[in-house]
Ligand binder design. Structure first.
Ligand code: PEP
Ligand code: MN
Length: 375
């Protein structure tokens, strides 16, 4: 399903100084000196297209630094006047929107905690009505694609067409190397729903660790995301928020210089021909996989009927364990990862169970109703 969003291209609202597009700046504006000095260093790299800084900080726990507040808008004005960098801040209430616009902030963004709350998003959207300002919407903290889409729709419905999504990863109960799990499939899913919507990756909040920023940035570019938002601080060791994930402007340059820029397409016909040939092979294999799945489900139906006639339960745990073990061992020998094989088998298995449950519960009345609807 394609989303019905009215969107202008990224190039209509941000001048890309160099490839890829980079928005950088401190997690929080802390002091006028810290912000302005960081802005100068970032502008001097020639690789940064906009300056970000949080001045109202949504903190998970009370008592942490909650942002410098409106005074930070004056510092942003000065940073922009001295460096020429357009500015971006997070807004979470109608009042933030009003103040930021009044202070001439160029780009607004909706933070992950706000995106998770439709009331908050609607309040921001209402405050934006009739205003022509670019807005970037971070994914919600929880892995819920509809919430992310809903927030984009609310902002777009308010008339904002200079719109982008920011992928900053999702909260997860599972332990991992990342502060927020990237869950790339969710970001890819949004891209397929809205191919024209620019997507910017935020490797700082995904990793929570400056050493992993380069790795995530590369992956984002390889997935054809349009830009990066990276937290950069003149001295991360003394940063008031998110100290572990911020990098100095010099370290930012180092990270950017190591990124490989690959194109989604090429004009080289030899390369295109080879790609077409390989894609044709994949298409054939995918068709076969689907055909085999359909054959498998037909047999599952037979088993379901047989179990029903003989009063046997649908699930036999031993049988499922045996399938899982045998197949994962086989798959491993064929160099498929166990995680992938288990996920695939679980998906197939749950569909088989669903089909058999349907068969088991189909009584005469159900069959009669079926006949009627198909007549
Ligand atoms: C931020 O950008 O500093 C921030 C608070 O991010 P998020 O909303 O992604 O947590
Ligand atoms: Mn931050």
């Amino acid at each position: 399903m394609k989303l019905n969003l009215n969107i202008q291209p990224l190039s209509s609202w941000i001048k890309t100084s160099s490839e890829p597009l980079v928005i950088a700046g401190p997690c929080s504006a802390e002091t006028e000196d810290q912000l302005v000095a960081t802005a100068h260093l970032l502008a001097n790299t020639g690789k940064v297209s906009a300056l970000r800084a949080g001045i109202w900080k949504p903190r998970t726990r009370p008592g942490e630094f909650e942002g410098i507040g409106s005074i930070g808008l004056e510092w942003l004005k000065r940073a922009k006047a001295e460096t020429g960098l357009p500015t971006a801040v997070e807004v979470a209430t109608a009042k933030h929107v009003e103040e930021a616009l009044k202070a001439g902030v160029d780009i607004l963004w909706v933070g992950a905690r706000s995106t998770a709350n439709p009331f908050t998003v609607q309040e921001i959207a209402d405050a934006l009505r009739g205003v022509d300002v670019p807005v970037m919407v971070k994914n919600p903290v929880n892995p819920d694609l509809s919430l992310w889409i809903g927030a984009l729709e609310r902002i777009n419905n308010a008339g904002i067409t200079k719109l982008a999504a920011i992928h900053r990863g999702f909260s997860s109960h599972e332990k991992s190397a990342f502060r927020n799990e990237p869950m790339w499939d969710l970001a890819i899913s949004l891209k397929t729903h809205a191919p024209d919507l620019p997507m910017i990756n935020d490797p700082s909040h995904i990793t929570g660790n400056r050493d992993l920023i380069g790795y995530i940035s590369q992956k984002a570019l390889d997935l054809d995301m349009q830009g990066l938002m990276i937290e950069s601080h003149i001295d991360p060791s003394v940063a008031w928020t998110d100290a572990k994930q911020q990098v100095t402007p010099a370290a930012l340059v180092e990270i950017l210089d190591h990124l490989a820029l690959r194109k989604p397409e090429t004009r080289n016909t030899e390369v295109n021909d080879k790609l077409t040939e390989l894609r044709n092979q994949i298409d054939k294999i995918d068709d076969l996989v689907i055909q085999k799945m359909a054959e498998r489900m037909k047999i599952v139906e037979q088993i379901g009927n047989y179990k029903k006639d003989n009063n046997i339960t649908i699930l036999q745990v031993n049988r499922w364990d045996e399938i899982l073990n045998k197949r994962t061992n086989y798959a491993k020998a064929l160099k498929l990862s166990t995680e992938f094989t288990e996920k695939l088998l679980e998906l197939i298995h749950s569909e088989s169970i669903r089909k058999q449950t349907e068969i088991m519960n189909k009584n005469e009345a159900g069959q009669a109703a079926d006949k009627l609807t198909h007549a």
